[in-house]
Design a protein around this ligand. Structure first.
Ligand SMILES: *[C@@H]1O[C@H](CO)[C@@H](O)[C@H](O)[C@H]1NC(C)=O
Ligand SMILES: *[C@@H]1O[C@H](CO)[C@@H](O)[C@H](O)[C@H]1NC(C)=O
Ligand SMILES: *[C@@H]1O[C@H](CO)[C@@H](O)[C@H](O)[C@H]1NC(C)=O
Ligand SMILES: *[C@@H]1O[C@H](CO)[C@@H](O)[C@H](O)[C@H]1NC(C)=O
Ligand SMILES: *[C@@H]1O[C@H](CO)[C@@H](O)[C@H](O)[C@H]1NC(C)=O
Length: 324
């Protein structure tokens, strides 16, 4: 019995293909060790390593055999070629592998909510995959996940803990993101767009006061950020609960919803001057703001972090923007 179990044991090998961050998975059938197919390979080549051989198994190749002694690599179009019943010729050093597809959308977490649903319950830095593999923007994104606050599963799109990261950044930097998710970072406007696109998410803004007091927050619903073609216009529809005033939707001093994003080098605000350059950060400035989480840390130039509860930078010891 033990030997049967051993013989049926499947060795799973995950090979990263660096070029397109593509992952292919192969199943090694140890039953066919030191055996070679009776069928003719579609290709028979020399490979410096197993990894090189596996990377050659593309364009319809369904299975391959690699000989670790002679470094020969044989590719087959039909997976039946690597079936043990068709691997009857003995030759030392061969091991055969059958390819099977990973379904990226099924296995790779889209956001912190997916990770939470998969049992991750500890707040910290995780990797998420907001884009499909076929998307030209595809890239894994490192984020901070809050797995404890209000049901957990929150993806931080902005986070400031100690002020070590400058938020005085240009358009491209705000577009692609900057900083370190375990401390201070901006996830990137194109990631925010992608994460909110076609979904119906809530935004939870938090501010930690500079006196050891408890964290203030404000919830918003139907949070959405348009794409770069619309300069990452901010859209929020419904304010939720929280002990921070609502200054994104209904403030008498201006509504940030509907505003385009601005940086010092791309000025889309409603002011006669350049708010992003004047207040040293990127944001959905109006004329200019009653809420602004990306100002210069502990500086007098950080204008109105959150009117009227936090009017100067020295009141603020941390911020976050969480979505779910
Ligand atoms: C062996 O290969 C042939 C194709 O040449 C296929 O018809 C047959 O099903 C294979 N045997 C097994 C057990 O897969
Ligand atoms: C934006 O900043 C980055 C990093 O400093 C720099 O490499 C890039 O050239 C800047 N882009 C523009 C358009 O100024
Ligand atoms: C978003 O969800 C809320 C409930 O949370 C619902 O009332 C609203 O109609 C939804 N909006 C859209 C555009 O699906
Ligand atoms: C600011 O936050 C840090 C932790 O990030 C904490 O160690 C420090 O005591 C806080 N300072 C004040 C004045 O609240
Ligand atoms: C986006 O911003 C650029 C630069 O400020 C501007 O030229 C363009 O008209 C804006 N696009 C829209 C749709 O408003």
């Amino acid at each position: 019995m033990t030997t049967i179990v051993n013989r049926l044991h499947l060795l799973l090998t995950l090979i990263s293909m660096s070029k397109a961050m593509e992952c292919q998975q192969f199943r090694a059938n140890l039953e066919a060790d030191n055996k070679i197919s009776t069928q003719a390979p579609s290709d028979n080549l020399h490979a410096v390593s197993f990894a090189t051989c596996s990377r050659s198994c593309i364009n319809g190749c369904e299975c391959f055999s690699f000989n670790s002694r002679s470094n020969m690599c044989r590719l087959y179009i039909h997976r039946s070629s690597c079936d043990p019943s068709n691997m009857t010729v003995s030759e030392a050093g061969w091991r055969s592998y059958t390819i099977f597809e990973i379904q990226p959308t099924e296995t790779l977490p889209l956001d912190c909510k997916s990770l939470y649903m998969n049992g991750k319950r500890k707040s910290g830095v995780y990797t998420i995959y907001p884009w499909e593999r076929s998307d030209p923007n595809y890239r894994p994104v490192q984020v901070y996940c809050d797995m404890e606050t209000e049901g957990g599963g929150w993806t931080a799109i902005q986070r400031r803990v100690n002020g070590e990261e400058s938020f005085y950044r240009n358009w491209t930097e705000y577009k692609l993101g900057f900083g370190s998710p375990n401390v201070d970072y901006w996830i990137g406007n194109n990631a925010i767009h992608q994460l909110t696109n076609g979904r119906n998410l809530s935004l939870r803004v938090t501010i930690t006061p500079m006196n050891g007091g408890s964290v203030s927050f404000k919830m918003y619903h139907q949070f959405y950020v348009f794409g770069e073609d619309l300069n990452y216009t901010l859209q929020l529809a419904v304010p939720g609960n929280g002990n921070l005033d609502d200054v994104l939707l209904y403030s008498s001093g201006g509504r940030l919803t509907g505003m385009q994003f601005s940086t010092f080098d791309v000025d889309n605000d409603k002011s006669s001057y350049n708010c992003a350059a004047t207040y040293y950060g990127g944001w959905w400035f109006d004329n200019c703001d009653y809420a602004y989480l990306n100002g210069p840390w502990l500086s007098n130039d950080w204008h109105n972090p959150w009117h009227s509860q936090y009017t100067t930078a020295v009141d603020v010891n941390g911020t976050s923007m969480l979505i779910k």
